[in-house]
Design a protein around this ligand. Structure first.
Ligand code: ATP
Ligand code: MG
Length: 226
């Protein structure tokens, strides 16, 4: 794998710049929606690689229990194993305290220097909440934000963000990706209810969930749920 992208595209900045995609998430669990979106970004934006960054202590997920960071990172590791351009980053898992995207991108930028552009990939539902994020203006100053389409989620009007987030129109791009109507919350619910999740996520992750008895009602066993 070459570390640099030589070709220019309408998305590209200067030549010889390494372009790294960063997809953060709770990944509780990772599923084909995440993977298809990341691959579409990789190819269309000519990214050298895509880093998957499981959140250590998700700031937006209070009020429900989240599988441990170690388990979620292990599922990401299994899910990306067959794609040589995908890599797991433990940057948030290893950091104590809340996982703010802006701190993650700042740290990655520092580690990946020199000549690396970061493309921070988020779903359209996440973009709709960007003004509530920690230091969104600083985030935009550090990276390009790529918002991918998600079924049932309206496109965000970038112009409407401009008053609160000057430069949003330039620094944020909307990218259509294959729209897979899959969400982690739905997968957790389905496991809880004993419904199948096959074909919505990699088989290795499905097997891991079964092996570790994730998302089941407490006290239930696989045999008691068939
Ligand atoms: P949950 O239902 O628990 O919120 P999720 O499926 O949204 O889980 P996250 O880990 O929250 O998964 O998502 C990480 C990132 O991936 C977010 O920016 C989210 O918008 C995006 N994303 C998740 N699922 C999809 C999908 N099916 N298509 C496109 N983007 C997605
Ligand atoms: Mg989500």
């Amino acid at each position: 794998m070459t570390p640099f992208v030589l070709a220019r595209s309408s998305w590209s900045g200067p030549e010889y710049v390494r372009r790294v995609g960063v997809l953060g998430g709770t990944f509780d669990p990772i599923h084909h929606g995440h993977l298809a979106a990341a691959e579409e970004c990789r190819v269309r934006l000519r990214l050298t690689e895509v880093l998957f960054v499981p959140a250590g202590q998700p700031p937006h997920k209070h009020g429900r229990s989240v599988a441990s960071a170690a388990l979620r990172a292990a599922m990401v590791d299994l899910a990306i194993a067959t794609n040589p351009f995908f890599r797991l980053s433990r940057i948030e898992v290893d950091r104590s305290g809340p996982s703010y995207s802006v701190e993650t991108v700042a740290q990655l930028k520092d580690e990946l220097r020199p000549a690396t552009e970061i493309y921070f990939i988020i779903g359209m539902d996440s973009l709709a909440e960007i003004l509530a994020w920690h230091e969104p203006a600083r985030l935009l100053s550090l990276c390009h934000v790529v918002a991918v389409t998600r079924p049932g989620v309206r496109l965000v009007d970038l112009a409407s963000l401009e008053p609160d987030l000057p430069g949003a129109g330039q620094r944020i791009s909307l990218l259509p990706v294959p729209e897979l109507n899959i969400s982690s919350s739905n997968l957790r619910r389905r496991v809880f209810e004993g419904l199948p999740i096959k074909y919505q996520l990699p088989e290795s992750v499905e097997a891991f969930i079964a092996q570790h008895q994730l998302y089941r009602p407490s006290g239930s066993t696989p045999s008691s749920r068939q």
